[in-house]
Structure formats: structure tokens, C-alpha cells
Design a protein around this ligand. Structure first.
Ligand code: ZN
Length: 341
């Protein structure tokens, strides 16, 4: 399987992570990509540089206002003169009627849902590189490849149309799906990250042409806490085109496979002609964010189950944090897929 990758992700190297009031080093580090690259090498996957698509794929799923904010955020922040080394909001005006602010501190709050998406000097470059990686993978699948893997970093599935959160700025998964829509009337997204793909759900919530399914740790007790419940089924023309399958914390391989059977039933009814897999590997039993308990063999089985959906497939890397098993789990899921094709 071809794998799209660029070193440009390294420009984004966030530090700040606030967990239950404690400031820690973020788990979304450049080293993640090094471990994933080892997994790709073990699976003998061919690395390809992304094509530069420019703003087009990003503008299909994000607002012009938000893209403008992200592009110029660091310069405006640095011009304050007394600001910290990363942009972290101290206001989050997300629920009440409000006016779009002109001050950078106001805009930062407007466009971020939580404190887990600090913006640094290289964030825009890294996030844009990841969207090129995702769009290139989608393009290769449109051109006839059975499946392509996109090593995207930073991840994207928590990013909404005009808001960042949870390590995510630009929604690579949604960008891949919107790109596939150029050639496919109906596209499905399967999010297997341990966290609910709330940004992706938000982007497509009222659309009937993109089916979004997310299998994740139950938000009753796990991030993002306020999205990801089973009753969220879409709205307006998109009603019925969103399925959340929350799993109890600690669910292992067998429980996970049952959720995939449910997903396949929904796919069969929707009849998409292309699939984007939001490939978080943080459902691993060894992931530091400890939510579910999927084994390496479980990831192989997940890959085989995705192959059985029998659709042209774009794998977009989402979460999966530093553990000794991270690369092996990537090898396993892609190998499981290829072995079942
Ligand atoms: Zn995740």
C-alpha cells in the first residue's frame, strides 16, 4: 500500500497539555510520526511525498474566516509583545450569542473549543502539510488505487468547520472525504480512533451524502464528554447519516469487532462507493490515553474487517500516542487489510 508522508509536520511541536488542572507535556509529539514510519517500514509500504493542493481542499470543509485566523494567528500573537510561547485561549465563547472579535485573544477563544490545541510558529505550516497528505491519498484512490494510507500529523478529526480542539486544527479526514466526493456521490467515514470524531460529525451533520460512523470510548467518562452519544443521528437532510457507537471503557477486541459488524450493516444500507477510515491507533491496550483495550491482533482483525467493506479506502492517521506498540499496531491494521483483500 502506498503511504503519503512529508517531514513538514515537524514544524508543529506543541508542548502544553492541561489534564484535570495539571499542565503536562502534550502527547501529540513529532516522535509519533517516527514510530509510525517504523510501522510502515515493517510493512514494506512505499512512501510518497504529497502533492501541493493549495487552499482548495481545506476550503471545502473550513470557513474562510477560520483559515485566515490560523494562517495569521502566530504573527498577531507575537506582535502582542508579552504573550507566551504558545497560543492558548483564556476565553471560550461557544454557547451564547456573540460578536466575532477583532483582537487576536478574542479570535483565539472563538476558534478553539479547548486548551488541547496550542498554536505555535509552525502550526499553520504543519497543519497545511497534513491536508496535502490527506488530499493526495484521496486523489490516488480516485485515480484507481484500492487503498492508500495518509500519515497525517497533526491529526484532524476533532477540528470543526471553524474551530480547533483536541490536538486538531484542520480536519484531514473530512478533507479526504470531501475530495472523494468530487468523484463519488456517496462517501462513508469510519472513525476508529478511541475518541469520538466530533469535528467530523459536526462538519457533515446536516449532509445526506456523507455517512459518518464513529466507534469510541463512551463520552460519559471520556473526552470529548459532550459529543459522541448514540442519540446524535444527524440533523435536517443529514438525519440518519450519523452513527455513534460508544463502547464501555476497557472494551477489548471482541466487543470492538461487534461494533464493526454494526458499522458494516449501516454501510451496506447507505451504499457508499468510497470509504475514509479515521485511523486512530489510540484504542490500543497500551496507549497512554487508556480508553479501550484493543490488542495488536485486534488491529489486524480491524484491518481485515475494513477490507470486507469492499470499498476504495483512504486511511487517514488520527490519534495514537507514544507507546512501544504504536508502530506494530499500524503494521497490523494495514497488513490485516491487505491480507483480506
Ligand atoms: Zn484519539
Amino acid at each position: 500500500m502506498k503511504a503519503i508522508y512529508t517531514e513538514r509536520h515537524r514544524s508543529h511541536d506543541p508542548q502544553f497539555f492541561l489534564v484535570r488542572g495539571v499542565v503536562k507535556r502534550t502527547t501529540e509529539q513529532p516522535e509519533r510520526a517516527d514510530r509510525l514510519l517504523k510501522g510502515l517500514a515493517a510493512g514494506h509500504h512505499q512512501l510518497i511525498e504529497p502533492t501541493a493542493f493549495g487552499q482548495g481542499p481545506r476550503a471545502r470543509v473550513h470557513s474562510a474566516e477560520y483559515l485566515g485566523f490560523l494562517e495569521h494567528a502566530w504573527d498577531e500573537w507575537a506582535a502582542l509583545g508579552d504573550a507566551g510561547p504558545e497560543m492558548i485561549a483564556n476565553i471560550h465563547p461557544v454557547r451564547n450569542a456573540a460578536t466575532y472579535p477583532t483582537h487576536i485573544v478574542g479570535k483565539l477563544g472563538w476558534h478553539t473549543i479547548d486548551t488541547a490545541c496550542p498554536i505555535g510558529p509552525g502550526t499553520w505550516e504543519g497543519a497545511c502539510a497534513a491536508t496535502d497528505v490527506a488530499a493526495t491519498a484521496a486523489q490516488l484512490v480516485m485515480d484507481g488505487a484500492r487503498a492508500v494510507y495518509a500519515l497525517c500529523r497533526p491529526p484532524g478529526h476533532h477540528a470543526y468547520r471553524d474551530q480547533a480542539s483536541g490536538f486538531c486544527f484542520l480536519n484531514n479526514t473530512a478533507i479526504a472525504a470531501a475530495h472523494l466526493r468530487l468523484a463519488h456521490e456517496r462517501v462513508a467515514i469510519l472513525d476508529v480512533d478511541v475518541h469520538h470524531g466530533n469535528g467530523t460529525q459536526g462538519i457533515f451533520y446536516e449532509r445526506p451524502d456523507v455517512l459518518t460512523i464513529s466507534i469510541h470510548a463512551d463520552p460519559v467518562a471520556y473526552y470529548p464528554f459532550v459529543w459522541g452519544y448514540a442519540h446524535e443521528r444527524g440533523a435536517g437532510p443529514g438525519l440518519g447519516a450519523n452513527l455513534n457507537i460508544p463502547l464501555p471503557l476497557g472494551t477489548g477486541d471482541d466487543g470492538y469487532m461487534q461494533a464493526l459488524i454494526r458499522a458494516k450493516t449501516m454501510f451496506d444500507a447507505f451504499a457508499p462507493t468510497a470509504l475514509v477510515v479515521a485511523l486512530g491507533l489510540d484504542a490500543s491496550e497500551h496507549d497512554p490515553l487508556a480508553g479501550l483495550a484493543v490488542t495488536t491482533d485486534g488491529f489486524r482483525r480491524i484491518g481485515a474487517a475494513i477490507a470486507a467493506m469492499d470499498l476504495p479506502t483512504v486511511f487517514v492517521q488520527e490519534g495514537g500516542y507514544l507507546s512501544d506498540i504504536l508502530g506494530a499496531n499500524l503494521t497490523a491494521v494495514l497488513g490485516g487489510f491487505e491480507g483480506a483483500c
